[in-house]
Design a protein around this ligand. Structure first.
Ligand code: ATP
Ligand code: MG
Ligand code: FE
Length: 347
């Protein structure tokens, strides 16, 4: 089945063509980051309008890159949530209009399931069951994954997401959005152990996370350095490294616990923060000690993209799942309420 995937949940317009037999054929992405930069964050109305402008040209682009035409499309998947409702509505409207015109099934996909399954697009994908660490701009979750749509929530952040903490730290250090890659680049020049930041919630049992205290600790460190007249490039790099090390250690400790608790030898990491090199290295070192393996997607499929939505949608469309007549747009949508891929879905 040739599936067109559409991602418009936030500030990235992503489109891809995935063939259930031949694999990923093409993908294209337009990021609105520059447009929102002047406002210091994503402006929902501007995001929706820009998805309207970019979506159809990107659809044409992935078709032409794959040497296909609209008439070849056999199913359409779009991000139905979680995300900004206006932005979601754009993807859902285009998906349903195209599906109606072409007479093909359409399905709304869960954005985090997309992230979760993105590593499946790589060579040597993980087998089920596995433990997944979802670390993105809006989520930090540990999930036991027994199959597609079989998700058992093991733990999650009680406040900020890991990506959000990176973005806020970036701001304190005078870096632009998205902060993750910029903090990571600055941390390369940091002096190890110049500062020691806390590893929140690692000294007690459980698999939940909290990153807001770490954010405050970072702010206090920044302010103390400023007051002392020491806030130079080296100190900024040292703070970046101390922050990144604290996040990596915290995530690694919880992942080890989750693997042991779930008696699992496979760890999948997904979402924007899973592109972080120090995190990948830390988890691989930990996993090696447990005789476990770590799986992740190429960096461009860690952050938002159309390929993950085309992939996740294809698995469900092939199994016969599809939307009814209505566009689905769910701004808040817990992933563990999804049906297993084999169960019929009702909207
Ligand atoms: P969600 O998927 O939860 O709705 P989102 O779609 O905004 O949120 P993603 O696109 O998955 O999130 O990821 C973006 C986040 O990933 C940002 O917070 C960004 O700073 C972070 N990020 C991207 N690359 C890196 C990196 N190399 N190191 C750390 N963080 C990173
Ligand atoms: Mg984004
Ligand atoms: Fe995302």
């Amino acid at each position: 089945m040739l599936v067109l995937g559409i991602e418009t949940s936030c500030d990235e317009t992503g489109v891809a063509l995935f063939d259930s037999e031949a694999g990923l054929l093409s993908h294209a992405l337009f990021s609105q980051i520059d447009m929102h930069a002047d406002y210091g964050g994503v402006v929902p109305e501007l995001a929706s309008r820009d998805h309207v402008r970019k979506l159809l040209p990107l659809c044409d682009q992935v078709l032409s890159d794959a040497g296909k035409e609209r008439a070849h499309i056999e199913g359409i998947a779009y991000t139905a949530g979680p995300g900004l409702v206006g932005a979601l509505m754009v993807g859902g409207s285009v998906a349903h209009a195209l599906g109606y015109a072409l007479g093909v099934p359409v399905l709304g996909v869960h954005h985090m399931e997309g992230h979760l399954l993105a590593p499946m697009l790589e060579d040597a994908p993980p087998a089920f069951p596995f433990v997944a660490l979802l670390v993105s701009g809006g989520h930090t979750q540990l999930v036991r994954v027994n199959g597609i749509g079989e998700y058992e929530m093991l733990g999650e952040s009680v406040d900020d997401a890991a990506g959000e903490a990176f973005d806020k730290t970036a701001k304190m250090l005078g870096l632009d959005y998205p902060g993750g890659p910029r903090v990571a680049a600055l941390a390369e020049k940091g002096t190890p152990d110049r500062y020691r930041f806390p590893r929140p919630m690692t000294d007690r049992p459980g698999l939940d996370f909290s990153f807001s205290g770490l954010k405050t600790f970072t702010l206090n460190t920044v302010n103390a350095a400023k007051d002392a007249g020491e806030f130079d490039d080296q100190v900024r790099a040292d703070i970046a490294l101390a922050f990144e090390s604290a996040v990596v250690d915290t995530l690694t400790i919880k992942c080890r616990r989750a693997l042991e608790q779930a008696e699992c030898k496979r760890l999948v990491i997904a979402g924007g923060v899973s592109a972080n090199k120090r995190l990948r290295a830390g988890l691989e070192k930990m996993a090696a000690k447990l005789n476990a393996e770590v799986f992740y997607a190429r960096p461009e499929f860690c952050t938002d993209n159309g390929a993950m939505i085309a992939y996740a949608g294809a698995q469900r469309l092939v199994a016969g799942q599809r939307d009814g007549d209505r566009i689905v747009a769910v701004p808040r949508w817990p992933m563990n309420t999804l049906p297993a891929v084999s169960e019929p879905r009702q909207n």
